[in-house]
Design a protein around this ligand. Structure first.
Ligand SMILES: Nc1ncnc2c1ncn2[C@@H]1O[C@H](COP(=O)(O)OP(=O)(O)OP(=O)(O)O)[C@@H](O)[C@H]1O
Length: 275
């Protein structure tokens, strides 16, 4: 594993995955995988289809019991905690699942209010007031709150799911392919929203994605999953230059080159803008 930047201290680490092994029957998805996530960063997690990105996310948030290994979050070994204590820590996580995972029989506002009632102990009225604020944070107009998920556009579903992930004021936001299925303009707007929320709320973001534009635009570091482990975790330019066939095809292919070029032009433009 390549970790060129050792300047940060252990206290920066909010998630420490050590020796994680996950199996499904005879299939080993992770074999003694190690990964650290630093406070306040947006970490992009990439890898070929089926390399175990979602399973890794699920293992960290406690939805997948690993065959071996530990996950420390905020210095606490979550696997060693009693269920009640563990769920206290897990409430500091906000998770946006791949397909949104909203309840279809509830309105958007009710979906966002639900965790506030269930885990936050709020009465329905207060929960809905707070939920309306979360919807606004996620960039949805107030009228979207009264709609059912089926009547929302793909982009709005993502924002509604994001609002729900933010409901309990998490410290760490987990996003599983948040821009999948969005048009490029919608995806760029969602990327910007993630950065704004990270900066405003001091979040740490664990972001599983296939979206090269997202990686170049908003990730502080990128981790590549390959051969059941983390092949490399570093800034994107270091990752893109890693000698590995999948990394090469992914980052040096036409889409990778276009995304890199777009990021460079954006950086040049922002330097020209008056501050
Ligand atoms: N609950 C499960 N039962 C059995 N196998 C599973 C289960 N969940 C995941 N897997 C298998 O684990 C492997 C990793 O799955 P995972 O969804 O983490 O991949 P991924 O890297 O997120 O892929 P993609 O980019 O296609 O979403 C796959 O082979 C998948 O079929």
């Amino acid at each position: 594993m390549v970790t060129p930047d050792n300047s940060r201290t252990a206290s920066d680490v909010v998630i420490d995955v050590q020796g994680l092994t996950n199996r499904f029957g005879k299939q080993t998805v992770h074999d003694k995988l190690d990964l650290q996530v630093r406070k306040g960063e947006i970490l992009g997690v990439v890898g070929g289809s089926g390399t175990g990105k979602s399973v890794l996310l699920r293992s960290i948030v406690g939805l997948q019991k690993p065959a071996a290994g530990n996950v420390h979050v905020f210095g606490q070994n979550l696997s060693a905690l009693a269920p009640q204590e563990r769920s206290r820590y897990e409430r500091r996580f906000g998770v946006l699942f791949q397909r949104g995972a909203l309840f279809s029989s509830l309105t958007v506002l009710e979906n966002v209010a639900l965790p506030l009632i269930e885990y936050g102990g709020l009465a329905a009225r207060e929960a809905q007031h707070l939920a309306a604020i979360k919807l606004a944070l996620a960039g949805l107009p107030p009228e979207a709150g009264n709609k059912y998920p089926a009547s929302l556009s793909g982009g709005m579903v993502k924002r509604a799911a994001l609002a729900r992930a933010l409901a309990l004021d998490p410290d760490i936001l987990f996003l599983d392919e948040p821009t999948a299925g969005l048009d490029p303009i919608g995806a760029a707007a969602f990327d910007n929203l993630i950065v704004t929320l990270r900066d405003a709320l001091g979040l740490t973001v664990f972001l599983v994605t296939h979206d090269l534009d997202t990686l170049y635009a908003i990730c502080d570091r990128v981790a590549v999953l390959s051969a059941k482990r983390v092949l490399v975790v570093a800034d994107i330019d270091t990752v893109a230059a890693t000698p590995d066939p999948w990394v090469h095809d992914y980052f040096q292919g036409p889409r990778g080159r276009a995304a890199s070029k777009a990021a460079l032009s954006k950086a040049a433009l922002s330097q020209q803008e008056p501050h």
